[in-house]
Write a protein that binds this ligand. Sequence first.
Ligand SMILES: *Cc1c(COP(=O)(O)O)cnc(C)c1O
Length: 369
Amino acid sequence: MSTDTLTKRCYNFSAGPAVLPESVLEQIQSEITCLPGVGSSVLEISHRSPDFGAILNDAKTRFREVFAVPETHDVLFLQGGACLQNAMIPANLMIDPSQTGDYLVTGAWGKKSSAEVHRFGNLHVAWSGADDNFCRLPTAAEIQWSEQPAYAHFTSNETIHGLQFHAEPDVGDVPLVADMSSDVLCRPVDVSKYGLIYACAQKNSGVSGLTVVVIRKDLLERCSDRLPLYLNYAKHSAADSMANTPPTFAIYVLGLICKWLQEEIGGLEAMHQINREKSDLLYRVIDESNGFYTGHANPADRSIMNVVFTTPDAEHDAKFIELAAEAHMKTLKGHRSLGGIRASIYNAMPLEGVQALASFMKDFAQSHG
Ligand SMILES: *Cc1c(COP(=O)(O)O)cnc(C)c1O
């Protein structure tokens, strides 16, 4: 292998941790030994120092601006991944174990979220797509909310199955909770419709170690003092995400990602436009392949972040993945639970990467169809 092949950046279709904007990586590289004006690396400074305080404040301010978070909501920077949120949500939002949490189980992630609820109260599955192998989302008429749930949870983008809600489910006055781990910042969202939004950072907003939680402030009153400090949203809110050492590097990267969205992309409307353009390219190849490619998701519920499909059989899938890797397009293997192919095309995936994949898909179908 030539040095060029070893060191050249590939098109990385990883589902997460995932591709980052090249300009963000370059800024990290240029500052990694010495932050301008600080004299140390961001990896070396105290989280209580004024220098880190400025970084935290900048990241939070930019996130609030880009995501248009209203004053009614607080933004928390936590650890433990989206996985810990699956437990923190019922632990904090259910006042006692007689309460119920409603869940839309639309894929592997919705299922995982719902699996924690029984530890704190009752689980009500308002709809499940398990019988259809999670290939579609519910219509409004199919959803059966319970009488008086403490909150209603859905997964805005099912990363493994490639399904994305294109509008919020309607639960009236019940606090709506969303796992936006794999599509936060991919499009504008009306945050005022939500009680709580959470997203781990390693898909669309930076690197692993950070989970962003956006919570409506009145819900903080539900958080019980019996909860351990780290599990209590109200404590994190009161301490401005500094109840303990926060994930400092990941917060720094989140700030750079938000700056990139603001200054290079031009905000979430523009980002959404680009994401639609990118995903349309791939779905068009699937739809025009005369049945060579089969998309997993019902067309109306297709994700603009994770494009999941198969070739005629597992052998062709494997060949596709192998030849794509030789052409410098990596990590296209579908999740182990589903097989097939998954192209994760998060915000930072450049249009050229998607164009290269679309063109590879056409060639592959022609030579193997
Ligand atoms: C990746 C992902 C997670 C993973 O959460 P971690 O605990 O940070 O590993 C959760 N939910 C969704 C929708 C995801 O895509």
